[in-house]
Ligand binder design. Structure first.
Ligand code: SF4
Length: 414
């Protein structure tokens, strides 16, 4: 089941051409950087809806995996050096998973030091670690903060105990609050909480209570995702067997709209369809993807996009470890991103954000105005009332947002 939540509009004033980030940095300079993603494919148990590349029962592999990842960081740093041989600059590091908080403080420190050695990491880099509230304790949070993690992203998902069980999560509602309090005490001033809506048996009241408890914690960032039932997950078979019933799409839309109105009233900016942040707390790492800027993914199954090439790593942690032991990069698939494809993707990604596409930046990047790139199609889509244009920004109109992918099909070349 897929559900595309409706967008909401956002004031475009004082926005940086690259989607609202307070930055004076030029596009040319940003294109020379590489954000770093480190994948940690271990979890205590598999949640019932999860189709990520992560594994339960492999915790004894953590140390050999960290050694392999350490080595991949060294090799990747060498492979993407600047033309003058200096290490590539990085503005963000993101430990994702899986459950990166299952690594020890010393393992996280070692991986960070590998990044600092192989890349030129900005002194004010955003360094995020994804964490499961059920795996965090006070001592560990102090340790990872001291090691250099400055942003914590927690998969909270719901404040309803029954829904957490349905999802197969290992934490309780109280553990979410406790983890945030521990993180604050450890010095974290940038915390994201993930929540899900459109869950089986979830009512509007459940959702309202979850949002109220979440806002009481005043996280700097909130990511709200509608449930997608993916093939191969327990949720998929349970839906087929009639054991669970997916949420009604109208209810999902109401939940999204309720959350958006509430969060905006509380001072959060809806800077991307599923993401809200207090001013200045937009995720720099995630903006890398939406701005179609370069990133290097390391670890089992990680994806990279760098200098016109997209490539991905071996997914099996065991095989990944074997390849690195043999001193080989674990890349298994690669595609060249042609110029036209890069233009389409950049426009597609930007138009999915609330800010939209900054037309002068597009022209600066690709040497061609967006209007000549899409030709008559722009006019046709514009006439149908699917786009809004002002101050150099192009974004989907309210109607365009509801039609979603159809607009992209009409607008962008294949
Ligand atoms: S904790 Fe996250 S990565 Fe792990 S199984 Fe659950 S949803 Fe998937």
């Amino acid at each position: 089941m897929t559900y595309t939540a409706p967008f909401t509009t956002l004031s475009q004033h004082n926005a940086h051409p690259l989607q609202g980030m307070p930055s004076t940095e030029s596009l040319a300079s940003l294109l020379e950087t590489a954000s770093l993603y480190l994948h940690v494919p271990f979890c205590h148990t598999r949640c019932h809806y999860c189709d990520f590349n992560t594994y339960a029962g492999l915790l004894p592999l953590r140390e050999p995996y960290v050694r392999a990842l350490f080595h991949e960081i060294e090799l990747a740093g060498q492979a993407v050096r600047n033309a003058d041989g200096t290490p590539r600059r990085s503005r963000t590091i993101f430990f994702g998973g899986g459950t990166p908080s299952l690594l020890s403080v010393s393992q996280i420190s070692r991986l960070l030091s590998a990044c600092y050695h192989a890349f030129t990491v900005d002194p004010d880099a955003e360094i995020t670690l994804e964490a499961n509230p059920g795996t965090l304790d006070q001592q560990q949070l102090h340790g990872i903060r001291a090691a250099g993690i400055n942003r914590l992203s927690m998969g909270a998902q719901s404040f309803d105990a029954h829904l957490l069980q349905t999802l197969g999560r290992i934490h309780t509602p109280d553990e979410i609050e406790q983890a945030v309090h521990f993180a604050r005490a450890a010095g974290f001033t940038s915390i994201n909480l993930d929540f899900m809506f459109g869950l089986p048996e979830q009512t509007m009241q459940h959702w309202q209570e979850t949002l109220a408890r979440a806002l009481a914690l005043r996280p700097e960032h909130l990511s709200l995702y509608s449930l997608i039932i993916e093939e191969g997950t327990p949720f998929y078979s349970w839906t087929a067997e009639g054991r669970i019933t997916p949420a009604d799409e109208d209810l999902c839309a109401d939940m999204y709209e309720y959350a958006d109105a509430l969060l905006q009233a509380e001072g959060y900016i809806n800077y991307e369809i599923s993401n809200w942040a207090l001013p200045g707390h937009q995720s720099r790492h995630n903006l890398t993807y939406w701005q179609n800027l370069p990133y290097i993914g390391m670890g089992a199954g990680a994806y990279s996009s760098f200098q016109g090439r997209r490539y991905s790593n071996e997914r099996s942690p065991q095989q990944y470890i074997r390849l690195l032991k043999a001193n080989r990069l674990p890349e298994i698939e690669s595609e060249t991103i042609e110029h036209v494809q890069a233009m389409s993707e950049t426009a597609f990604l930007a138009l999915r954000t609330a800010m939209g596409l900054h037309l002068p930046t597009f022209e600066e990047r690709f040497g061609q105005p967006f209007s000549t790139f899409v030709g008559d199609r722009l006019h046709l889509v514009d006439e149908a009332g699917l786009l809004d244009q002002s101050d150099g920004w192009l974004r989907l109109s309210k109607r365009g947002r509801l039609l979603g992918n159809e607009v992209f099909l009409r607008l962008l070349p294949d």
